[in-house]
Structure formats: C-alpha cells, structure tokens
Design a binder for this molecule. Sequence first.
Ligand code: MN
Length: 128
Amino acid sequence: MPKILIVEDNEMNRDMLSRRLLKRGFAVETAVDGLDGIVQATREQPDLILMDLNLPEIDGWEATRALKTDSRTSHIPIVALTAHAMVGDRERALQGGCDDFATKPIDFASLIAIIQKFLPVNKVMDGK
Ligand code: MN
C-alpha cells in the first residue's frame, strides 16, 4: 500500500485530502507545518509527499529544499499544492525541487493521476 505524507497547515484541507486518499486505499501520514513535514518524511519514508507551499515554521519551498538535499529523503517525489494558480508559485516550486504540482482547489481525479505517475509500478493502484 503506497504511503503518502500530506504536509498541510489547513486542518480542513488536510482532513479532507486524508480521508479521500485513505478511502482510495493509500496509507496516509500528516504533518501540520514545514518542520513537522521534514521530521515525518525522514521518519516515515513515504512513497510520495503532498506539500502545501504556504506553511508556518518552515514554508513548503524551504522544506522541499531541505528534503531534496538530504540523502535520506531526496528520492521521495514531492508534489506541491499551490494555493493560487500563480505561475510564479509553480516555477518556484519546480525550481525548488518539487517534482510536480497541483493547484488548489484540488481536483481529486487529477491529483490521483499525478500521484500515480510517481509511484513504483508495483505500488500503482488500479483506482477501484
Ligand atoms: Mn497553507
């Protein structure tokens, strides 16, 4: 079962994403800020990270940089969740080491498609 770490400070968004991914058969871990995200990613070794960019403590760009420069976590794909459809945010996310991004409000079907691109073949879900 693929494990996804959701790093999101907004409780409502975090819970909704978490519920939907669980329902879909993923294992889910959550972190409430960038610092927590780094700690959880290192400890839990998720298959993929969904990273909100606007986060307290350490923002999503900084947290991504930290994860991508640490050999314990650099292999984990990071999908940025950008709050606005702002081109600058996306570019910064990709330049900062994010592997892809999804724009809020999250379209769940598109998000699943993005997630599946990055999962190891033996962990790809059939979506049923
Ligand atoms: Mn946020």
